[in-house]
Design a protein around this ligand. Structure first.
Ligand code: SF4
Length: 396
């Protein structure tokens, strides 16, 4: 029997002004994929025989070795990647067991698995994940049009995506659906058609990301060579506005630039990043932040797997952030949330008022119509949401 009780994730309603940072979000980077998507810059490899077993041993070792650095109660565990749904339930359970034995768990932690739709084609698979205590799934649908999935180089098909959505919709399981918009040549209507179909399944959470053209990816390369139509900024803006309207009409709360949730179902794990709370990442390329220092594991599976008796930890780099960098990080993350940041929380963390640190920048951004204030909150306006990067630049 699993050490994690099989039960549904309860809704979370918290709305606080001063954030509790005595908690920890755990991220596990599973660096394997069946094939590389054309737009992807995440660190992942196509697994070779035996590599997965070796990786799992190393990951368990890293979790144990670094446990002493993290005494805070774990409120969320997130299997990301890569494609963690490639792992068997037994392998996932083994990792959860190592966490349970070496970390302090908060009551009812959120435990998410990123899932490729191709890996969820029967009720029995979902049942297996529930058995080991997973209570949230993030399904990488991306599109429900086959030509778009082909362009993105996804390994799953539209019919597989529909099948996995049907399986999930029949249960009470909490799940998120990822969609990508602003594809080359895509009209706003194409994306809205994807969204309308997704809404019929009524997931508790939807993430709508604009395609990011990452350098060195095959898709960016094709764009550079002029082999694909340009991405229209106007179409993109129109699609984004209508996405917001459609989702709000269906009672989804737009709570982060790209994220929408039914009441009580925000992603607790990702909130840790936006609320400037500590997180610990394990596996190659995973990042950690303890509110002072950033750590990044080297993005190399080969290095990760190499045994080094003189250095039992995994290869990584650390950088300590000065006060200025910490404040900028706080603002860049916090302003992604539509509720914005709370002056009282800033003061409680930095022992300085927001006005003392940034009055000029805030006044300028308010004048340009990018920021607004209400009570102790300061947040992006609709215009600021559309031009988030321009706003963030002002604080760097
Ligand atoms: S499945 Fe995800 S991590 Fe893997 S290649 Fe595609 S986008 Fe990248």
């Amino acid at each position: 029997m699993s050490i994690f009780p099989r039960k549904l994730l309860r809704p979370c309603w918290s709305a606080v002004t001063v954030i509790d940072r005595n908690q920890l979000a755990l991220y596990l980077h599973i660096p394997f994929c069946r094939q590389k998507c054309s737009y992807c810059a995440f660190y992942s490899k196509i697994p070779e025989p035996d590599t997965v077993r070796h990786f799992l041993n190393r990951l368990s070792g890293e979790l144990k070795f670094r446990a002493g650095d993290w005494q805070k109660p774990v409120t969320s565990i997130y299997f990301g990647g890569g494609t963690p749904s490639l792992l068997s339930p037994a392998a996932l359970e083994k990792i959860l067991q190592v966490i349970e034995e070496n970390y302090r768990l908060a009551p009812d932690p959120e435990i998410t698995l990123e899932v490729n739709p191709g890996d969820l084609q029967s009720e029995a698979v979902l049942e297996g994940w529930q058995e080991i205590g997973l209570n949230r799934i993030s399904l990488g649908v991306q599109s429900l049009q086959q030509d778009e999935l082909n362009l993105l180089g996804r390994s799953h098909s539209v019919s597989q995506a529909r099948r996995s959505l049907t399986i999930l919709a029949k249960t009470e399981f909490i799940y998120n659906v990822d969609l990508i918009s602003a594809l080359p040549g895509q009209q706003a209507e194409d994306h809205l058609q994807n969204l309308a179909e997704i809404l019929q399944y009524r997931p508790r959470h939807i993430s709508c990301y604009n395609l990011q053209l990452e350098p060195e990816t095959p898709l960016a390369d094709r764009m550079k060579k002029g082999l694909l139509p340009e991405i229209s900024e106007d179409e993109d803006a129109r699609g984004y506005q209508q996405t917001r309207q459609q989702l709000e009409k269906k009672s989804y709360q737009h709570y982060e630039i790209s994220n929408f949730a039914l009441p009580g179902f925000k992603c607790r794990h990702n909130l840790a990043y936006w609320e400037f709370r500590p997180y610990a990442g394990f596996g190659p390329a995973a990042c950690s932040f303890n509110l002072r220092e950033r750590r990044k594991n080297r993005a190399s599976l080969r290095d990760y797997l190499a045994d080094s008796p003189r250095q039992p930890g995994v290869p990584h780099e650390k950088s300590r952030l000065d006060q200025q960098e910490l404040k900028a990080e706080y603002l860049l993350m916090g302003l992604r949330l539509l509720q914005g940041i709370d002056r009282r929380d800033f003061h409680s963390f930095f022992h300085q008022s927001l006005a003392d640190c940034y009055s000029r920048e805030i006044a300028g951004l308010k004048e340009e119509g990018f920021l607004a204030e209400s009570g102790n909150k300061i947040f992006l306006t609709d215009q600021g949401i559309m031009l988030g990067n321009q706003v963030f630049q002002a604080f760097l």
